[in-house]
Design a protein around this ligand. Structure first.
Ligand code: FAD
Length: 385
C-alpha cells in the first residue's frame, strides 16, 4: 500500500460526505459513491425531509474541519423544549445555561451542503446513482450498478461503509466465510410519519421557532422543529401495532378524532394532518449492533451503518459526525498507518456507539412521558434551583 492509499466511501449521507471532506483535507484521494441521484438536481427530497437536532458532539466535528459557521448559517437554535399538554397549556424547559442550544437543521439541507463542500476539494470525486451490489474483499474491488444498469468495478485500498442503517457493506461483510461477526438489528415497536406546519401568511413561524415542540402523550408523541422558511417539520411517533397505533387508525374519521383528541392545539396549524396520515406509510425505527466494525484492515463501518439508533436522543447523525472527527484525529496520530488507525478507531468508537444507542432507547420515555409529567417537571425544577 502506498503512503496515501486511495479511499472509497459508500454512501453520501451526512456522515459519508463529512468523512470525504475530512480525509480529502488530509490529502487522500476519495471516491464517494451514492445510490441515489444528486438531490440538488432532482428534488428527490421534496416534501419528505426530516429535521435533525445538531448538538455539541456534531458541532465539534464540523468545527474540526472548519465548516461550522457555514452550517450554522442555515440552522436555527433551539434554546428550550416546549411541551404542549392535552388542554394546549405550554411548559418550557431550557436545554442548558443561558445561550446554550441544540440546533434545528434539515437533513437534506445539511447533506447537500456537506456534499457541495466535499466536492469543492480537488481530491473528491462523487459518483451519484451508483449502487453497491458486491464487494470482493480479497482485492478490495467494489461492484456498482449505475442508473443505466451498467456494472462498474472500482478498485480501492480502503473502503468505508457509510451507507446507513441497512448498510450493504455491512451485509457483505457478514457473508464473509471466515469472519466471526456478531450482529443484531432490532426493530422498535415505534414507527413514524412526517407532517408539517406551514409558515403563516407573512412567512412567519406559527410557534416559537427557537424551541423544540413536543406533544407528549405517553405511548406516542408529536414533535416539531423549525425551518428557516417559517415552516415546521413535525414527526408523529407511535407504535405500528396495538390498541392505539398506526394500524388501529384505519379511516379518516378515526384519524380525525385522534388528532382532535390528542393534538387539539396543533390541529389549526398542521397541514392536512388527516390526509397526510392516511397517505403515508409509517417508517420503521431500528437499532443496530455489530462487531467488528473493521475487516481485513481495509473495510470499515461508520455512522448508522455501524450503530443505527432510535432518534429520541437526537444523536444518530451527531454520533456519526463524532466517528469522523475521532477517525481524522487517529489519521493524524498514526500518520497513514491504516491498520493501526482502523484498529484504534474501532476500539474507541464501538463502546461509545453502544452507550449512545442505549441512552437513545431510554430517552423515548423521557420525551413522550416524563417531559409532560407534572411531578417530573417539579422535580427537575427543584433540582435546578
Ligand atoms: P444515512 O443518512 O442513512 O445515509 C446513507 C447513505 O447511503 C444514503 O444516502 C443512501 O442512499 C446511501 N446508500 C445506501 N445503500 C447504498 C448502496 N448499496 N450503494 C450506495 N449508496 C448507498 N440524528 C441526530 O443527530 N439528531 C436528530 O435529531 C435526529 N433525528 C432523527 C429523526 C428521525 C425521524 C430519524 C429517522 C433519524 C434521526 N436522526 C437524528 C438520525 C440521523 O438521521 C442518522 O443518524 C443519519 O442520517 C445517519 O447518517 P449516515 O450518513 O450514517 O446514514
Amino acid at each position: 500500500m502506498s503512503a496515501k492509499p486511495n479511499i472509497a466511501i459508500n454512501g453520501a449521507g451526512p456522515v459519508g460526505a463529512l468523512l470525504a471532506l475530512m480525509l480529502a483535507k488530509r490529502g487522500y484521494a476519495i471516491d464517494l459513491f451514492e445510490s441515489r441521484p444528486d438531490s440538488r438536481q432532482t428534488n428527490i427530497y421534496q416534501g419528505k425531509s426530516i429535521n435533525l437536532a445538531l448538538s455539541d458532539r456534531g458541532w465539534k466535528a464540523l468545527n474540526a474541519v472548519g465548516i461550522d459557521q457555514e452550517i450554522r448559517d442555515n440552522a436555527i437554535p433551539m434554546y428550550r423544549r416546549v411541551m404542549h399538554d392535552l388542554a394546549g397549556n405550554l411548559t418550557t424547559q431550557p436545554y442548558g445555561q443561558e445561550g446554550q442550544a441544540i440546533w434545528s437543521v434539515s437533513r437534506s439541507g445539511i447533506n447537500e451542503q456537506l456534499i457541495t463542500l466535499a466536492e469543492q476539494q480537488d481530491k473528491v470525486r462523487v459518483h451519484f446513482s451508483h449502487r453497491l451490489t458486491q464487494y470482493n474483499f480479497d482485492n478490495n474491488t467494489a461492484l456498482y450498478l449505475n442508473d443505466a444498469n451498467q456494472q462498474i468495478n472500482h478498485q480501492t485500498d480502503i473502503m468505508f461503509g457509510a451507507d446507513g442503517a441497512f448498510s450493504k457493506v455491512r451485509r457483505l461483510m457478514q457473508e464473509l466465510p471466515k469472519q466471526r461477526i456478531s450482529y443484531s438489528l432490532q426493530y422498535m415497536p415505534t414507527s413514524y410519519i412526517e407532517l408539517s406546519i406551514p409558515a403563516g401568511e407573512n412567512g412567519e413561524h406559527q410557534l416559537d421557532k427557537n424551541a423544540l415542540h413536543i406533544w407528549p402523550r405517553k405511548d406516542f408523541m408529536l414533535i416539531a422543529l423549525s425551518n428557516p422558511d417559517g415552516s415546521f417539520t413535525c414527526t408523529l411517533f407511535m407504535d405500528l401495532e396495538g390498541p392505539l397505533s398506526f394500524s388501529s387508525l384505519q379511516d379518516k374519521s378515526q384519524v380525525s378524532d385522534f388528532f382532535h383528541q390528542y393534538f387539539a392545539d396543533a390541529m389549526g396549524l398542521l397541514e392536512n394532518p388527516v390526509e397526510q396520515f392516511m397517505a403515508k406509510a409509517a417508517a420503521p425505527l431500528c437499532l443496530v449492533h455489530i462487531y467488528p466494525w473493521v475487516v481485513n484492515d481495509a473495510v470499515a463501518l461508520i455512522g448508522d451503518a455501524a450503530h443505527a439508533m432510535v432518534p429520541f436522543y437526537g444523536q444518530g447523525m451527531n454520533c456519526g459526525f463524532e466517528d469522523c472527527r475521532v477517525l481524522a484525529e487517529l489519521v493524524d496520530q498514526y500518520e497513514d498507518n491504516w491498520p493501526e488507525i482502523l484498529a484504534a478507531y474501532q476500539l474507541e468508537r464501538k463502546e461509545n456507539g453502544d452507550a449512545i444507542i442505549e441512552l437513545a432507547k431510554r430517552n423515548f420515555t423521557e420525551m413522550s412521558d416524563k417531559a409532560g409529567d407534572a411531578n417530573f417537571l417539579l422535580r427537575k425544577k427543584i433540582e435546578a434551583e
